[in-house]
Design a protein around this ligand. Structure first.
Ligand SMILES: *[C@@H]1O[C@H](CO)[C@@H](O)[C@H](O)[C@H]1NC(C)=O
Ligand SMILES: *[C@@H]1O[C@H](CO)[C@@H](O)[C@H](O)[C@H]1NC(C)=O
Length: 340
């Protein structure tokens, strides 16, 4: 009898706890719905735009020696490594952290994304740290800017207002994409390229403009000069090709040509590149770079970070030597190191 009594008391207690829990949840939700109304208003229109776009530094406690200092001041405000990516890809966090470790320390990093991709990048503890020390900013552009497809990103990058509103004071942009990477084994520093107006990857070995933009360094002053007298037609060529034709003929501009002055490997292989751009994570590989097994071995030996951004299979899963074009990606697995 006692056992029955106590168990019914237990059931009653549980129900009361449930009710209390429901009430406290309702109160919490009510608070949450009230809170967003307390947004501070910023007078300057320009600041409001930038502030609207910048994501808040997450709440990690740090003791700054001089509390009023902006941690961003520790870096050179004119140099920004920029990625624009709307898809919440799982490799964005390790890729950005790798790029932060190979780009010279005075550069800042800006990630422009969708709500989803910004959350993906921002929720990792390691990227939160980079935000707190002022190295990395995450941004969702306010309307009417869109980055949901390539054409909209081309429009953004060929609109002078983008540079004025969101990149004030920036002169050098390292533009990289979810499928490009700098190699830690490169002996060249990005800062050695600062007097160039535009450097990227060549399309042919003797390309007169090595400007493929998936991994490229651009000077904003040259971009603004082009945009001050030219406008890109919507739904026309990609932004890097469009800029290429115009920066190339700009008086005084210094643009890369051929493989000797290229920054990255994309369609043309050369030794000791600073980095690689593998279009669509390796689903659109250039045969002249990737088809040869020995060259692949060399590439992955020099730039093992490529495995971060490429779709891969283990070497032992691989079918015996498939022709590269019939099963792209499958043939390009990381080579197993040969025993000494
Ligand atoms: C930023 O870098 C550029 C190029 O290296 C240099 O000319 C400039 O003085 C630097 N600015 C600051 C504030 O250090
Ligand atoms: C190009 O598209 C943008 C919207 O992204 C629009 O505002 C603009 O008017 C279009 N330009 C032309 C010439 O149609």
């Amino acid at each position: 009898m006692a056992a029955v009594l106590s168990s019914s008391t237990g059931a009653f207690a549980l129900t009361r706890t449930k009710i209390l829990l429901a009430i406290s949840l309702a109160v919490t939700w009510w608070f949450a719905s009230v809170l967003p109304h307390y947004r501070p208003t910023i007078e300057a229109k320009f600041k409001a735009r930038l502030g609207e776009a910048l994501q808040k530094i997450p709440s990690i406690k740090v003791d700054w020696d001089t509390a009023s200092d902006d941690p961003r001041d520790a870096y050179n405000a004119s140099k920004v490594a920029l990625m624009i990516e709307a898809r919440p890809l799982p490799h964005l966090v390790p890729q950005i952290l790798h790029m932060i470790s190979v780009v010279p320390p005075d550069w800042r990093f800006l990630f422009i994304g969708s709500e989803e991709s910004v959350v993906t990048v921002g929720r990792a503890f390691a990227t939160k740290n980079q935000q707190v020390i002022g190295k990395l900013d995450l941004m969702v552009l306010p309307k009417p800017w869109e980055i949901d497809n390539k054409e909209n990103v081309f429009r953004l990058l060929t609109d002078i207002r983008f540079y004025q509103e969101f990149l004030p004071g920036v002169e050098w942009i390292l533009k990289y994409e979810s499928d490009s990477i700098l190699c830690a084994n490169s002996q060249t520093s990005l800062n050695e390229w600062l007097d160039w107006s535009w450097v990227g990857a060549p399309k042919t070995p003797d390309d007169r403009f090595s400007g493929n933009g998936g991994l490229s360094l651009r000077r904003v002053s040259a971009i603004k000069r082009v945009l001050s007298f030219q406008a890109r037609f919507n739904d026309s060529e990609p932004e890097d090709e469009w800029f290429g034709k115009r920066v190339y003929i700009l008086p005084g501009a210094k643009v890369a040509a051929g493989v000797d002055q290229a920054l990255a490997v994309e369609d043309v292989y050369f030794d000791n590149a600073m980095g690689y751009h593998v279009r669509n994570g390796g689903r659109e590989l250039a045969e002249s770079v990737w088809a040869d097994r020995e060259q692949r071995r060399k590439i992955f030996g020099y730039c093992p970070e490529l495995s971060l951004i490429m779709d891969m299979k283990l070497e032992k899963e691989r079918c015996p030597d498939p022709p590269p074009s019939s099963y792209p990606g499958a043939g390009y697995a990381v080579p197993t190191p040969s025993p000494p």
